[in-house]
Design a protein around this ligand. Structure first.
Ligand code: ZN
Length: 154
């Protein structure tokens, strides 16, 4: 089973879509006004049984992945990460599909944030910065939560 299939099995498309669009049950399907085109009467349908969505107005449709790609404006690797997190599936790091320019940039950025955050919290050279934070009433928990960082001269 691929990671994509594993994720799909753990996510319910109706629940996922409900996070963005208010769906009403119509027989075995769920329907709403389409989030991707302007309409007065609902032609956007979601099937829980088949785990697919389709809009009879604009013709868009697909699965959980295509829905998130469309509604969040994400590319495939971003969507894969987004849904993996939601599904509690750990992605294999060497999956080439995950290595795009954009996701690499996010990783580098997250790593840098962690480094400067650790420096602020623990490095001896960051004492003046910690004193400053204390004067501003920023607790270590806040610094951790918001990943505040400090870059020493060196
Ligand atoms: Zn539509």
């Amino acid at each position: 089973m691929t990671q994509t299939d594993d994720i799909k099995q753990r996510i319910d498309l109706v629940d996922l879509v409900q996070g963005y669009v208010k769906l009403n049950q119509a027989g075995t399907n769920w329907k709403a006004r389409c989030p991707f085109h302007n309409e007065k009467t609902p032609s956007f349908m979601v099937s829980r049984e088949k785990q697919i969505w389709h809009c009879f107005g604009c013709g868009r449709g697909g699965d959980a992945f295509s829905f998130i790609q469309e509604i969040e404006g994400m590319d495939f690797p971003e969507t894969l990460r987004f849904l993996a997190e939601r599904a509690g599936v750990e992605l294999t790091r060497d999956d080439p599909k995950l290595r795009t320019q954009k996701t690499l940039a996010f990783d580098v950025n997250a790593f840098a944030a962690k480094v400067y955050n650790r420096i602020l919290l623990e490095h001896e050279k960051a004492q003046p910065a910690r004193d400053y934070c204390a004067r501003r009433e920023l607790s270590p928990e806040t610094i951790e939560t918001w990943q505040l960082g400090y870059a020493p001269e060196s």
